[in-house]
Design a protein. Structure first.
Length: 286
């Protein structure tokens, strides 16, 4: 099982600190942002202690090919209403891909975006336009993993068919894949109680080989609520048994799973949740 969580990247050790944090949770992968997800302020990659981080990863058995970078939330390629928002998204996503290339990671998770009441078709086509612009001359050798979304507001990417439309119409489909978020697809209306049936549908529509990462989260909302509120494993509407089954499903055993569950009493729950998944036994950690 390739399992980890979101970790921070801050302080003097930067990416090296991220690796240390992941190891403290008993993880063998992790996900990080190259800077705050709400803004465009970024340090030069030369300041991130990349080589030291890679050395510790190699020593500890973390394969950098399974390490995930998450693009910031401010990127909205689907926006046709505000030209400056779309232009910022294209420009900043290009920079993110350069940072990923500098670091050496191969999976960049991206929220497809929101059409801001312009309509689904307009949003989908704007994403395709933006991805074509971003990917046409990128130095990045990895892939952008479009994340499945819950359908909150005017979010795009709430069904496998919508994501297929983006990939099929992009000029660079070989540079794209999918990140499946369990909370998001539950909130979008998918029934996780039969996860193999979901994988069958995913394989039929998108191809299972294109599943690059899984965000393993419980949900505070009932199926189909379109709200996107993560819960700790076993403390939501999906439940521990189902999420444990997702984590251990043999069909996706080589896909990195990332926890994005809420802090409990201002403390990260990831060590306890990873232990629960390794032992396949629920423990109440609240």
């Amino acid at each position: 099982m390739i399992i980890g969580s979101h970790v921070s990247m801050s302080g003097k050790d930067m990416l090296l600190a991220s690796v240390k944090e992941a190891l403290s949770y008993g993880a063998n992968t992790f996900m990080f942002y190259t800077g705050a997800p709400q803004n465009t302020r970024r340090k030069e990659t030369s300041e991130l202690k990349i080589e030291e981080a890679k050395a510790l990863m190699k020593q500890s058995g973390i394969d950098i090919r399974n390490v995930v970078v998450h693009a910031p939330y401010i990127i909205n390629l689907a926006n046709t209403v505000k030209e400056e928002t779309y232009e910022l998204a294209v420009r900043f996503l290009k920079q993110e891909l350069q940072r990923c290339a500098d670091i050496g990671t191969s999976i960049l998770v991206l929220h497809p975006g929101s059409h801001v009441q312009a309509g689904l078709e307009a949003g989908l086509n704007q994403i395709i336009l933006g991805l074509n612009e971003v990917l046409k001359e990128t130095p990045y050798q990895g892939k952008i993993a479009l994340e499945t979304m819950a359908g909150k507001g005017s979010e795009v990417g709430t069904t496998f068919d919508q994501l297929k439309y983006i990939i099929d119409h992009c000029d660079y489909p070989e540079k794209l894949g999918i990140c499946l978020d369990t909370c998001h697809i539950h909130d979008a209306g998918y029934d996780l109680s039969n996860f193999d049936a979901i994988l069958d549908e995913f394989d039929r529509v998108l191809g299972l080989e294109n599943l690059l990462a899984v965000h393993l989260n419980d949900s505070k909302n009932v199926k189909g609520a379109h709200k996107d509120r993560h819960a700790n494993l076993g403390h939501g509407e999906i439940g521990f048994d189902i999420l444990n089954g997702v984590a251990h499903n043999e069909r996706i055993k080589d896909v990195p799973k990332i926890l994005e569950t809420p802090f409990i009493n201002q403390k990260a729950p990831y060590k306890e949740e990873i232990t629960m998944l390794k032992n396949q036994t629920f423990t109440n950690i609240e």
